[in-house]
Design a protein around this ligand. Structure first.
Ligand SMILES: NC(=O)c1ccc[n+]([C@@H]2O[C@H](COP(=O)([O-])OP(=O)(O)OC[C@H]3O[C@@H](n4cnc5c(N)ncnc54)[C@H](O)[C@@H]3O)[C@@H](O)[C@H]2O)c1
Length: 336
């Protein structure tokens, strides 16, 4: 049984809490035993964020609550600590929790700076504990399907790829207020999901460029272009007004036709115009990543699909994009 304690019980924590509840009921060897938040009102509410919970939580098993996470860890001695804190706390809290001897699942972005990510990886190695970053889109069924299609070549080679992610402005979230720059930008909050998925699917790009604008809110529009030897990838993200309905998708042109993810569905249209709806599992990326990590901890202990080095590489890419953005979208070699 993997016993979990969460630190930070605000916005995205609701999706994690739902996943633990769902998997407990489904009989997976995982249980949420405790949660800590400096704001105790978070234990009795579900913060409304840009994406709705997948369902209602009924007969939730009780868990202990704390306002001091160190006290929680000392008393509860969980197996896994799930960190859903604002981005600027990811590195200090993750490294301390690892040094206390607990495995860590930490929300994305891994940190605001690549150098921090390297320290987090070192802390995990020194403590001989797992560190996984909650880059949930690589575990989202629609993107898992795309990854498989690219890997096995069922639709031929990729000719071009576009990913989009448009969201209401995150008024509930304290992260963007902390530093309306790299770690608080739409680039780091939204674009990052597709960047991480892109790197999981296609590997590392050869060049990057990024336009980052502040139209209504600070850094509320990001458009990034990546070149690969045989195709380009474009990733667009924006924060719109508070009532805007979140949507994310992709359009991938293959030699044999187009694979489109739109309005929650996936379709393939071949060169003759014949369209097939692709059936994928009814789950989200947060559920996928939590089920995966529980499987790693309860299984052979090897995290093949989402090692922290790859999450750090995603932050490296963000820094490159930010560098391009301050140079008016200049195309930069990816480098190393
Ligand atoms: N995976 C996703 O799709 C996704 C979506 C939204 C946010 N996020 C990421 O999750 C992180 C949190 O975002 P959020 O929207 O949940 O923010 P949030 O502000 O709603 O939640 C953070 C919570 O941490 C608590 N907190 C702050 N300092 C604390 C401390 N020292 N000890 C205990 N609790 C403390 C706050 O009271 C708050 O409840 C950010 O890094 C964000 O980028 C990921």
């Amino acid at each position: 049984m993997v016993r979990v304690a969460m630190i930070g019980f605000g916005g995205i924590a609701g999706a994690h809490r739902y996943a633990y509840w769902y998997f407990q009921k489904a009989g997976l060897p995982v249980r949420l035993v405790a949660a800590a938040d400096t704001d105790p009102s978070k234990f009795t509410t579900i913060t409304k964020i840009n994406i709705a919970l997948r369902g209602e939580m009924t007969d939730e098993l009780p868990f202990h609550t704390y306002t001091d996470w160190r006290e929680m860890l000392q008393k509860e001695q969980p197996d896994l600590v799930d960190i859903c804190l604002p981005t600027f706390l990811h590195k200090p809290v993750t490294t301390e929790v690892l040094s206390m001897g607990f495995h860590v699942l930490c929300e994305k972005p891994m940190s605001g700076a690549y150098a921090d990510c390297l320290e987090m990886i070192e802390a995990a190695k020194a403590a001989d504990r797992h560190l996984m970053i909650a880059q949930c889109v690589r575990f989202q069924p629609e993107y898992e399907y795309l990854q498989q299609a690219v890997a096995d070549g069922r639709y031929g080679k990729v000719l071009s790829a576009t990913f989009t992610r448009f969201s209401p402005f995150p008024t509930w979230n304290s992260t963007w207020r902390m530093k309306a720059g790299l770690s608080g930008s739409c680039l780091a909050e939204l674009n990052i999901h597709d960047i991480d998925a892109m790197q999981a699917i296609f590997g590392l790009p050869q060049t990057v460029s990024c336009l980052l604008q502040s139209n209504v809110y600070p850094y509320d529009y990001a458009e990034s272009v990546f070149t690969y030897p045989e195709h380009k990838v474009t990733i667009k993200s924006a924060w719109y007004h508070e009532e805007y309905e979140f949507n994310a998708g992709y359009a991938i042109t293959f030699e044999k036709g187009a694979l489109i993810h739109k309005d929650g569905a996936v379709f393939f249209t071949d060169r003759d115009g014949k369209t097939e709806r692709i059936t994928v599992e009814d789950a989200d990326g947060v559920m996928g990543e939590i089920r995966y990590l529980v499987g790693v901890l309860d299984g052979d202990g090897i995290n093949r699909r989402n090692p922290p080095e790859q999450s750090a590489q995603t932050i490296f890419t963000l820094e490159k994009l930010y560098e391009s953005a301050v140079h008016n979208g200049a195309t930069l070699p990816y480098g190393d």
